[in-house]
Write a new protein. Structure first.
Length: 356
């Protein structure tokens, strides 16, 4: 499996993190895209690309609202140029980035349009002007300028002949999984660490491919996994719970749980949703974090000593997931417990699960 780590989009702070991630053997580094909460992800990724030679670099994740498809494509392609072919564009429907603009996640129809245009731009293909998502009320058509000569369509001409940046779609519900299965290069499941839920996601995606007349075996799968490796279970749970609330909420965001769940797990998800304070997004001291039970954390995340973590990741690999985007292992690394957790995952777990 490819195993990536994650960090905030800190334009300066990312430099040491990227150098350390490459030195410690991670396959890639992803950064969040949430303009009100962190710096610009593409600036951070470009900085990371300038000081590394091997690791992949990705957004985890961007959204289809805060940037036009052409702008998003040009930004990640620029990172790809700086990093000499190591960029990946990760995108979902949007969460905190949109919440801090007073909006909910993008509608599925627009998300589909965004993915179509993004893939076209990245491949150097044209997009019809009429399809570009800019309302006339915002900017009137170019025809009002009466230009002597004008472009016939919208395309990123400097991308012609360059590597196409792969697109990964974060997905938790069946509709987004199905959409991602036919429009993305990889489906990244935000379903937790339970193999049964991940297997459900894989089968949902493969069925969508079959229904579309596409090869179900040509699609790649990945998973966002919250993980803290530590021999002290209580400490590990406390370190992982803040970020875990975000992923738990994804599977109950609109009031209905998705995927296979026990009654107790579903009940905890509903409590997280009811308590969610977006002002304390990912914070371990939040009301939503307090709603997580030890049993939920132990199932939805991976916490515990190295041998336990390896066993859990082995079960995930058996579902067909070939990439892990791991968060939690760097959270709290400024404390002694955090340093211990980071050392354990990097020294005793990382190389083992990369061979799965």
């Amino acid at each position: 499996m490819d195993v990536w780590t994650q960090f905030a989009a800190s334009p300066r702070g990312i430099v040491k993190v990227a150098e350390d991630a490459e030195a410690k053997g991670w396959d890639g580094l992803s950064v969040v895209d949430s303009q009100n909460l962190s710096g610009d992800p593409f600036v951070a990724l470009a900085m990371a690309g300038a000081v590394t030679e091997r690791i992949g670099l990705a957004t985890a994740v961007s959204n289809p609202i805060t940037r036009l498809p052409a702008v998003a494509a040009a930004a990640i392609a620029s990172v790809d140029v700086v990093s000499r072919g190591r960029a990946v564009f990760g995108v979902g429907r949007g969460d905190s980035a949109l919440a801090h603009l007073g909006r909910s996640p993008a509608r599925l129809k627009y998300f589909s349009l965004f993915l179509d245009q993004l893939q076209a731009y990245l491949a150097g293909k044209p997009v019809d002007f009429d399809a570009v998502p800019i309302a006339d009320e915002i900017a009137p058509p170019m025809s009002t300028l009466a230009l002597a000569q004008a472009p016939e369509d919208s395309r990123i001409r400097w991308l012609e002949g360059r590597r196409k940046v792969p697109v990964e779609v974060a997905a938790s519900g069946p509709k987004v999984i199905a959409l991602a299965a036919v429009k993305a290069d990889r489906v990244m499941f935000a379903l937790g660490a339970d193999p049964a839920r991940l297997a459900w996601g894989v089968e949902t995606a493969k069925q969508a491919r079959l229904d579309a007349g596409m090869d179900p075996d040509s699609l790649e799968f990945g998973a966002y996994i919250n993980c803290v490796c530590h021999t002290n279970m209580d400490a590990a749970r406390d370190m992982v719970r803040g970020g875990l609330t975000t992923f738990a909420r994804f599977s109950v965001m609109h009031g209905k749980t998705v995927g296979p769940l026990s009654d107790a797990m579903a009940d905890t998800m509903h409590k997280v949703r009811a308590a969610y304070d977006m002002r304390k997004h990912t914070e371990s001291g939040s009301a939503q974090a307090a709603a997580l039970t030890p049993e939920f954390i132990d199932s939805y995340a991976i916490v515990g000593p190295p041998e336990h973590c390896i066993e859990r990741f082995s079960a995930i690999a058996a579902t067909g997931v070939s990439k892990i985007a791991m968060s939690g292992n760097l959270r709290g690394a400024s404390t002694e417990t955090g340093f211990q957790a980071k050392a354990l995952i990097e020294n005793e777990v990382l190389k083992v699960i990369q061979q799965l």
